[in-house]
Design a protein around this ligand. Structure first.
Ligand code: SF4
Ligand code: SF4
Length: 289
């Protein structure tokens, strides 16, 4: 009776031992070693796990940086200080170019660009846009239901009482979540030292713009003619600024007949290396005989 129990126990024990040893050898042989820099990078990331870098939390960001899939300054929350530390671990120089900040490219608040229909659905811009493009007359303008505000994890956006989002540049880390959620492409990221912008996205002809918004760009081209730096051009009825050329002088802002151009009041360092561009003289018609 005892032998009937002991033999199977011993046999099972030997089988378990063999399987255990085999598994241990296989584990050793096929072990995937984690790059020791991943925990080092992870340790200097802020731990916000916000996903602003585009990876699943700080663990995912650290792994992506070490694999070379993300730059050393991938963490928008940590900014330059964290990028320096990550760069030191990775042995890479950090790109210290001007950081970006979120910008609202629409000045058509509820007074300047009234609604043409009423919307009673969910308080969600992406839902509202399904209903005939949204309640506003301007089909390019901000819908004003604040989806951008609700995705911002840094308290950098809030809605004004006139139904437009406003950016707090001191809180914005340029994670881009507001840009991704906006169905009208009203949110964008621009260099933090850019204080002149076109607060309009409408590519409609001027007459239609005027019908729907008091402060929309009508594509008149006065700004283009005014700019001494060749930094602003009308493209498809809309003035577009080349930020790499713009000096922030604000000459275009003063001339814009609809106030679609805005110059923020905050102080920024003057941009170096920009020189006025000589423009070709307008062609004159030969005098008639
Ligand atoms: S900017 Fe875009 S997401 Fe934000 S309230 Fe306006 S339409 Fe909605
Ligand atoms: S702010 Fe000055 S440099 Fe910039 S687009 Fe306007 S006129 Fe040109």
């Amino acid at each position: 009776m005892a032998t009937q129990i002991i033999i199977p126990v011993v046999v099972l024990g030997i089988i378990a031992l063999i399987i255990g040893v085999a598994l241990a050898v296989a584990a050793k042989r096929f072990e995937v070693k984690e790059d020791e820099r991943i925990p080092q990078v992870r340790a200097v990331l802020p731990g916000a796990n916000c996903g602003g870098c585009g990876y699943p939390g700080c663990d995912g960001c650290a792994a992506a940086i070490v694999k070379g899939e993300a730059p050393v300054n991938a963490c928008p929350v940590g900014g330059a200080a964290v990028a320096e530390k990550v760069g030191a671990i990775m042995g890479e120089a950090v790109d210290n170019s001007m950081p970006n900040v979120a910008q609202v490219l629409c000045g058509g608040n509820c007074e300047k660009a009234p609604r043409q229909t009423e919307y009673y659905g969910l308080k969600d811009c992406n839902e509202a846009v399904v209903a005939n493009g949204g309640p506003k007359g301007c089909r390019f303008g901000c819908i004003g239901l604040g989806s951008c505000v609700s995705v911002c994890e840094f308290d950098a956006l809030h809605m004004t009482d006139k139904m437009l989002p406003e950016v707090n540049i001191n809180h914005c880390v340029a994670c881009g979540k507001c840009v991704d959620i906006c169905p009208k492409n009203v949110m964008t990221l621009i260099p933090k030292d850019q204080i002149v912008h076109v607060d309009c996205q409408s590519k409609e002809k001027g007459k239609l713009v005027r019908q729907n918004c008091e402060v929309g760009c009508i594509g008149c081209g006065i700004c283009e003619k005014t700019c001494m730096f060749d930094a602003i051009h009308v493209q498809g009825n809309l003035a577009v600024i080349d930020y790499s050329k713009c000096s922030n002088c604000g000459a275009c802002v003063k001339k814009c007949p609809t106030h679609a151009l805005i110059k923020e009041g905050r102080k920024v360092a003057p941009r170096k290396g920009l020189k006025p561009v000589k423009k070709a003289a307008p062609k004159t018609k030969p005098a008639e005989a």
